[in-house]
Ligand binder design. Structure first.
Ligand code: PEP
Ligand code: MG
Length: 851
């Protein structure tokens, strides 16, 4: 055994040669016992190491494994230490992987990353590694784990270049990809060579991965030097970039710390007792789900090795890289406009990652060795990403996820058949993804996907709406950290509060299950009464509809207590397929809806394309601000080729489903409504088109309504009411336009609350305008499905509420337990509040008062 060195970078090193444990668990216990005996850890840390192994595979590569405890148990580490078991015969570690060197880590502070950096370099030295498997000298192993070899990715000599300056890293989260890519950008704009040195390691400042591999942390001292063309000017430019980023990095870290603090605090709803690690996003679809995580972005891809002539392979790689770089530039532009510079930086950094010379060189070396281009590229990405994630730094692990993500874009360009599919594991899982397109979400099977967590997105996005429709608890806007989570780790997802609890204790799992069971009991009690109408205690009936897009969902909606369909979003007929459905196809669908409803009311919304619902195959012109552009009714009026076949299909369906004994079709169960109306002339023109088509088809008259989704329509409700038969308020859009918050903006999603008093006042104006002409008012936005929101809407004078089927029983039960007079008073109080939080605070008060 070697004498310990005091530095935190040199933990106590305990080596046992010729070990022969019976298996993985025995190996971990044996290594842990060495650490216990040396006083490095509490005996309880052994269990923590075993727990970690149950949620993550600690196989590092090339026969090296690194068991270590859970982050939360770090207090059980008394002194940093490493226990190395040399197992010449090897033991099976995970899925056929054989371990020969078990390096058990008890790490305080930065030890972990230091050890891992040494190990990752060591595993690239196959000859030395193989010698260590059989050496009979402990010193050989000790030397390999204590000396700092030059990093293979960190090019350049450790000596500085001609001109230099010293700098102490003051970015609180160290040099992560976003600032690093700005360094690289600045360095590449200079003709001179620029080098960043930390201790004995140096990196070319024009190489992003080499810079990241320096693993610079806050407080590290670096020397930045330049030599060549205008070296003084180059150094001045790089210095201003390096130091200029400090303020922004500090502000970002403060914001993250505040968010984390908020995230750790108790929430209304289920709370864990043992404070597991938590990722906080925004609740998008309520309910708790417990299960293993499956990260979509890191799903395994099988890339076949199909060698081809080197020149052709080289050309294909070059073309794929160029196309991907173009895509990323477009993505960055788009993101910058929508979300701002900071978020756009993610894609700029991704662009830097694929331009990395080490990465491209490695791919080319593999091609030279005789491998196919797709295989070589994938291997290069995997190796680089493996190096980054092996450093044990979550920031770098997220960069590895970025590298894999962007690597897949390139792969899909090399070979379109390698586009990542959505292969799911056999067991039900919590699906984690960067974001999901509405059509991807629509295709999820709730039996296999029991929870959904996305890094991006907002709670009023269509993805969230669809998750609610499917009854899958979901959180959105969880941040990129989600994507670095290990697959298979058990988690608790709370879609009500938007939290994902990682690696929960048995006690927390049990309490979450108990909570779920209680919620289920309440839901069951509500469900038993779901068929009863929503009549308040003082006899006021609120009509209840479901938001359903296809006939197959109708039986479920009726079973949950819907009295009809209050919103059928027809754009999904276009979004879910790669082409435009014909008039006949549409007729079949509308007829099937009416048939499934058996005479109950159906409100169909004509195409609402644009904004967040872009239909690629229509090739519509790209707009600077799609939400403020040719959307909804504006598009319908400009594209008779889309509107007219749809209206013909709808009127044919109305004609063919007039109930027996209803002369003139006055009681036809079908109503039509137009999305995104802003003015009276739009309504007049649309009505004229409808009437022309109705006459041509010989169909009965059907009620023609409009959606109230923009403040202009709410404010002018009385004028609009003269020209239409009913209103349906789209609170998702009304909220976005009233509060000037893009419904897809993750950063502002928590503020986009439909219970904001300004939105409630617009709803009140809409009801007043409608009442002047005796028109009926529905609400089909997400807030209609919130029991408290439903109470407020009823109190404001809304006649009908339409929601995702799963919300029906709860809303009906809450309305039945209320009295209309109290709801009116509650709504008046809500409109008088100063902000949405104050409105929500009335919720407990209203329940207490029996409303
Ligand atoms: C709304 O805006 O509230 C609405 C129901 O329409 P969509 O969500 O489809 O835009
Ligand atoms: Mg809308």
């Amino acid at each position: 055994m070697l004498a310990p060195t005091p530095s935190h970078l040199s933990p106590r090193l305990l080596v046992r040669l010729g070990a022969a444990p019976a298996g993985k668990e025995a190996a971990i216990r044996e290594a842990a016992q060495l650490l216990v005996a040396a006083g490095c850890i509490d005996p309880a840390y052994e269990a923590s190491m075993l727990r970690r192994e149950a949620v993550a595979n600690t196989y590092l590569g090339h026969g090296v494994v690194i068991p270590h405890g859970m982050v939360d148990d770090r207090h059980q580490v008394r002194e940093s230490g490493l226990a190395v078991l040399q197992i010449p015969g090897g033991i099976e570690w995970h899925d056929g992987q054989t371990a020969h060197l078990v390096v058990a880590i008890a790490a305080q502070s930065d030890t972990h990353i230091t050890v891992l950096r040494r190990l990752t370099r060591l595993i690239q030295d196959e000859a030395r590694l193989s010698a260590l498997r059989s050496t009979t000298h402990k010193e050989d192993i000790a030397a390999a784990l204590t000396e700092d070899a030059a990093a293979p990715g960190a090019s350049g000599p450790a000596a500085d270049l001609r001109q230099r300056f010293e700098w102490v890293v003051d970015y609180p989260t160290g040099l992560h990809a976003r600032p690093a890519s700005q360094w690289v950008e600045a360095a590449r704009a200079c003709g001179a060579r620029i080098q960043v040195r930390h201790g004995s390691e140096a990196a070319d400042a024009k190489n992003l991965i080499a810079l990241l591999q320096l693993g610079l942390r806050c407080g590290d001292e670096v020397t930045i030097s330049a030599e060549g063309d205008d070296e003084a000017g180059a150094l001045a430019r790089i210095c201003s970039v390096v130091t200029g980023l400090s303020a922004g990095e500090k502000a970002a870290a403060r914001a993250a710390a505040e968010a984390a603090e908020k995230a750790a605090g108790p929430v209304a709803g289920w709370n864990p007792a043992e404070r597991p690690q938590v990722i906080a996003g925004l609740g998008a679809s309520p309910g708790l789900s417990i299960g293993p995580i499956h990260v979509l972005a890191t799903a395994e891809l099988v890339v076949p090795d199909e060698p081809e002539p080197l020149t052709r392979g080289g050309d294909r790689l070059h073309a794929a890289l160029e196309t991907t770089a173009g895509q990323l530039r477009a993505l960055a532009d788009d993101t910058e406009r929508r979300l701002g510079k900071a978020d756009a930086g993610i894609f700029k950094a991704q662009g830097e990652l694929i331009a990395d010379t080490d990465l491209i060189t490695l791919a080319c070396q593999l091609m030279v060795e005789g491998h196919g281009v797709a295989y070589a590229w994938n291997q290069a990405v995997e190796r680089m990403a493996g190096q980054l994630s092996a450093l044990g730094n979550p920031v770098l692990a997220a960069r590895a996820a970025d590298l894999r993500d962007v690597g897949r874009r390139v792969l899909a360009q090399i070979d379109p058949s390698l586009k990542s599919g959505h292969d799911l594991p056999d067991v039900p899982c919590i699906l984690v993804a960067p974001d999901l397109a509405p059509s991807d979400t629509a295709g999820l099977d709730p039996a296999r996907v029991i929870g959904l967590a996305t890094a991006q997105g907002g709670p009023t996005s269509h993805t969230a709406i669809l998750a609610r429709t499917l009854g899958i608890p979901a959180l959105v806007a969880g941040g990129p950290g989600l994507l670095a989570l290990p697959n298979h780790a058990t988690a608790i997802l709370d879609g009500t509060t938007g939290r994902l609890y990682l690696d929960p204790s048995e006690a927390d799992l049990a309490s979450a299950r108990a909570w779920s069971a209680k919620q289920r009991e309440q839901a069951e009690a509500e469900a038993r009464e779901r068929a009863l109408p929503a009549i308040t205690g003082d006899g006021h009936r609120v009509a209840i509809g479901a938001n359903v897009n296809n006939p197959e969902q109708v039986p479920l909606a009726l079973d949950r207590g819907a009295e009809g369909v209050g919103l059928m979003r027809t754009e999904f007929l276009f979004l879910e397929r790669g082409d435009t459905p014909s008039e006949d196809d549409q007729y079949e669908t509308y007829s099937a809806m009416l048939k499934a409803l058996g005479g109950r009311p159906l409100i169909v919304r004509t195409l609402d394309i644009g904004g967040d619902k872009q239909v690629a195959h229509l090739h519509l012109p790209r707009e600077e601000n799609p939400f403020l552009g040719v959307r909804g009714a504006r598009l319908l009026l400009r594209r008779p080729d889309l509107m007219e076949p749809q209206l013909r299909a709808l009127y044919r369906a109305a004609r063919d489903h007039v109930p027996a004994g209803a002369p003139g079709g006055k009681d036809a169960p079908l109503s039509l409504m137009m999305p995104m109306i802003t003015s009276v002339p739009e309504v007049v023109r649309l009505r004229a088109v409808c009437e022309g088509i109705r006459r041509e088809i010989g169909a009965p008259e059907v009620p023609l309504g409009i959606m109230i989704e923009v403040p202009a329509a709410a404010i002018q409700a009385d004028a609009l009411a003269r020209h239409c038969d009913f209103f349906s308020i789209g609170t998702n859009d009304l909220t976005q336009y009233a509060l000037a918050i893009d419904r897809q903006n993750t950063e502002l999603a928590a503020e986009a609350d439909s219970l904001h008093p300004a939105v409630l006042r617009l709803i009140r104006m809409t009801c007043e305008g409608a009442a002047r002409h005796g028109r009926f008012v529905g609400v089909c936005g997400g807030i209609a499905g919130d029991p408290f929101g439903a109470c407020l809407l009823a109190g404001l004078g809304v006649d009908e509420l339409s929601m995702t089927p799963r919300d029906l029983p709860g809303v009906k039960a809450r309305l039945r337990a209320s009295a209309m007079a109290e709801l009116r008073a509650l709504a008046a109080r809500a409109c008088a509040q100063e902000d949405a939080a104050a409105v929500r605070a009335l919720d407990t008060a209203s329940q207490g008062a029996g409303a």
